[in-house]
Ligand binder design. Structure first.
Ligand SMILES: Cc1cc2nc3c(=O)[nH]c(=O)nc-3n(C[C@H](O)[C@H](O)[C@H](O)COP(=O)(O)OP(=O)(O)OC[C@H]3O[C@@H](n4cnc5c(N)ncnc54)[C@H](O)[C@@H]3O)c2cc1C
Length: 438
């Protein structure tokens, strides 16, 4: 007799995981807090609700979304079957009627023998001896997120995704800046805007008084120290920025021969050098305020914004430190993380991660050995990428062809290279299916 699996979260990943485990004959308790407790993005109580776009990406197998979808179809994904049934016209992409997809999928999971759908918020990881899948998504309830820090430590659980403003290179007056890295380390990789004391104080004061996009009370408590918005730092004290993201240590302005009072750094964002990021400038300021305050900095008077800085709630673990190749927690082998909270990004990636975790956890529950997904497959490459990434600056990851390993015989032509990798992925997946016996 196998043990039962507990799954927290009936979103894209959790619903798929539940169905896959049940298919292998393993009992599942699937907990979903909606509709009793809602998130700020979901609209109703159905499982696998797509909260925003209705697109599941391109279909051709030489696209990342296409290859991943082909693998999910081959592995019998519940979500993709319902997506096909809810398809709406979208050229070469798969787009769906979101309501119809969620309704059909929910009805099937609810009536599936072996799956018990339990409505209500889970506040902490439940005790038990069966495998546990945490699939509570980017909008994990605050109570559960707090309790997860017991497992991940606070510093390895991120609550926000922050993006710094991105400026168009041609709109920056580089003659007002100097190129240097701190303490002369490496090449002069940063462009630096030197600020004297008066300019720094003006900047800090303007930031502290600026208008911010609305923040929920409950969200304020979740700000993580390493990822504080720039304006919050400014509000914490007049010198806070000078000791934080604007610290001048290790930098000498070649024109004055001395260390500036404070420094704003710009880092190249793309290979062609078309865009530059304002380093450490994650912010919740309204767009008009970003334009007004950042354009007051020397050299940025005419800066054009390719993207404004922003922050949004996105709960995810530092996967390279927390997870192994099976998305299983290194600190507690009973616990798996699936979907966006595991460090993957996107609808299809979340379904893929849920599907894999459902199978892995079911094998655990049955006492069977788990077969690692080959790195030549899109799904295997995705799981390998999140568990094997650099942990210092880990960010959620989408599947791309670049994650598939080179074997040395790839043609130079981009399209042919992708065709070959897609072919290899298909063969590797068939071998894995045969080995795993599913
Ligand atoms: C606002 C927003 C827009 C997005 N738009 C897109 C997009 O357009 N395209 C795209 O590819 N990706 C998008 N994403 C990213 C991602 O693909 C989706 O969030 C996707 O739904 C993730 O799947 P998941 O299963 O990990 O999480 P979810 O689908 O969010 O599922 C998690 C489930 O867990 C439940 N839950 C949370 N906490 C608890 C608890 N304590 N107890 C019980 N249940 C709980 C939630 O109610 C939810 O049903 C978006 C994300 C957000 C936040």
């Amino acid at each position: 007799m196998s043990r039962r699996i507990t799954i927290i979260g009936g979103g894209l990943a959790g619903a798929e995981a539940a169905w896959q485990a049940a298919r292998l004959g393993v009992g599942v308790d699937l907990h979903e807090m909606r509709p009793q407790v809602m998130t700020e993005a979901h609209q109703g109580g159905m499982l696998a609700e797509m909260v925003c776009s209705n697109s599941l990406g391109a279909e051709e197998v030489t696209s990342a979304a296409g290859l991943l979808k082909r693998e999910l179809r081959r592995l019998g994904s519940l979500f993709l079957r319902h997506a096909e049934g809810a398809r709406v016209p979208a050229g070469g992409s798969l787009a769906v009627d979101r309501q119809r997809l969620a309704a059909g999928l929910t009805a099937e999971v609810e009536s599936r023998p072996g799956v018990s759908l339990i409505r209500g918020e889970v506040h902490a990881l439940p005790a038990g001896d069966g495998p546990l899948i945490v699939a509570s998504g980017p909008l994990t309830s605050p109570a559960l997120a707090q309790s997860l820090t017991g497992l991940t430590q606070r510093k390895n659980l991120y609550f926000y995704d922050a993006t710094c403003p991105l400026l168009r290179a041609e709109s920056i007056d580089f003659t007002r800046l100097f190129a240097a890295s701190r303490y002369g380390k490496g090449a002069a990789d940063f462009w630096n805007i030197p600020l004297d004391r008066a300019r720094y104080e003006d900047f800090s004061t303007a930031l502290a008084a600026a208008e911010t996009a609305e923040v929920h009370e409950s969200e304020k408590r979740l700000f993580f120290n390493a990822c504080l918005p720039l304006e919050e730092i400014a509000r914490s004290g007049p010198q806070s920025l000078a000791y934080g993201p604007l610290k001048p240590v290790g930098l000498v302005d070649p024109r004055s021969g001395s260390r500036p009072y404070a420094v704003v750094q710009l880092r190249q964002d793309d290979l062609q050098g078309k865009f530059y990021q304002l380093v450490g400038f994650q912010t919740r300021l309204k767009h008009g305020e970003q334009r007004r305050i950042f354009r007051a900095l020397p050299g940025l008077e005419n800066a054009e914004f390719e993207r404004f800085g922003r922050m949004h709630r996105n709960t995810y673990v530092n996967a390279p430190l927390i997870l192994d190749r099976f998305s299983r927690c290194r600190q507690d082998g009973r616990v798996y993380f699936a979907g966006q909270i595991s460090g993957v990004e996107g609808y299809i990636e979340s379904v893929a991660s849920g599907l894999a975790c459902g199978l892995f956890a079911a094998w655990d529950a049955q006492g069977r050995e788990k077969a690692e997904l080959p790195a030549d497959t899109a799904l295997g490459a995705l799981l390998a990428a999140i568990s094997g990434a650099g942990w210092r600056d880990f960010r959620p990851c989408k599947f791309s062809f670049g994650l598939l390993p080179d074997r040395g015989d790839e043609p130079r032509d981009k399209k042919r290279r992708k065709e070959l990798k897609a072919e290899r992925a298909g063969e590797a997946l068939e071998r894995w299916i045969a080995k795993a016996g599913i």
